[in-house]
Design a protein around this ligand. Structure first.
Ligand code: SAM
Length: 256
């Protein structure tokens, strides 16, 4: 079922997970750009290669948004994306994507047909199946040095309540091993148990207080983040998980 979101972009409702693919009140396009794409491009503006792990592809907004924004932003590096997805939505080529995503049809049909898309220095590989199993294979490859570690991760499954095993301590441990020391992980969820799980796995978390959309979260391996000088980011606040744990003895991590 299609849902018209606040910014007039269209998302879908997933009956199996009983959740929409995007936040209706933020707007699908605004949520994509403000919570995921622009913070990453700002923090990675000097980087020559973005190795992106996209969890999960869904309607492809994060990858289409990245493709759109790197041109707007003038990012000139190489972008290699691994997108994970349980099952591609049927007729995705017919989805009424926002006009900003001019290449949507070409990208989505290439991914649906060949599980791959390439345009200049921008390439995407689509991996269909359970993300946890696919990540297990990636771990073996990373440990053998066969694939590069990821310096960007879009953490965008359904909510921890609906998609538990993509937010647990064990899952975040896997992300920790798969990612570089300067990784930036973007997400929309503020669930305290989930934040605690990521903390136990080694990640620090930061809240981005946003003007246009609800606040978002960045995970990093570093204790601090560089200043994010973006017009729509009002403040960046380090989330003090240790304090949360001390003041809320009922706070538990999420485990497999
Ligand atoms: C919130 S949507 C992702 C939205 C997407 N990032 C976008 O930009 O359109 C969540 C997606 O997670 C996928 N998913 C849920 N569980 C999964 C799993 N175990 N492995 C892979 N994908 C999964 C769903 O099929 C759905 O497409």
């Amino acid at each position: 079922m299609q849902i018209l979101t606040k910014d007039t972009s269209v998302t879908l409702y997933n009956a199996h997970f009983d959740e929409a693919y995007h936040n209706v009140n933020d707007g699908a396009l605004q949520e994509t750009l403000h919570k995921h794409i622009l913070p990453v491009l700002y923090l990675k503006k000097e980087v020559k290669v973005l190795n992106v792990l996209d969890i999960c592809f869904g309607l492809g907004f994060n990858i289409l948004g990245l493709h759109y924004a790197i041109k707007q932003w003038g990012f000139s590096g190489v972008v290699c994306v691994d997108s994970l997805e349980l099952e591609l939505v049927s007729d995705l080529c017919q989805h009424p994507y926002p006009k900003e995503f001019g290449t949507a049809k070409a990208m989505v049909s290439a991914l649906a047909k060949e599980s791959a898309f390439k345009q200049g220095d921008f390439s995407v590989a689509l991996h269909l199946g359970d993300a946890r199993e696919i990540l297990r294979d990636f771990l073996k490859e990373v440990k053998k040095g066969k694939i590069a570690k990821y310096n960007v991760i879009f953490q965008d499954p359904f909510s921890p309540l609906k998609n538990h095993h993509l937010w647990t301590f064990e899952y975040f441990k896997t992300l920790y091993t798969l990612s570089s020391d300067d990784v930036i992980i973007t997400t929309y969820s503020h669930n305290s148990c989930m934040l605690y799980s990521a903390f136990l796995a080694g990640f620090h978390s930061f809240k981005l207080v946003q003007k246009n959309v609800r606040d978002s979260v960045i995970f990093a391996k570093t204790q601090t983040l560089p200043k994010i000088d973006l017009e729509f980011v009002e403040r960046v606040i380090k989330i003090d998980i240790e304090h949360k744990v001390k003041t809320n003895t009922n706070l538990k991590g999420l485990y497999d």
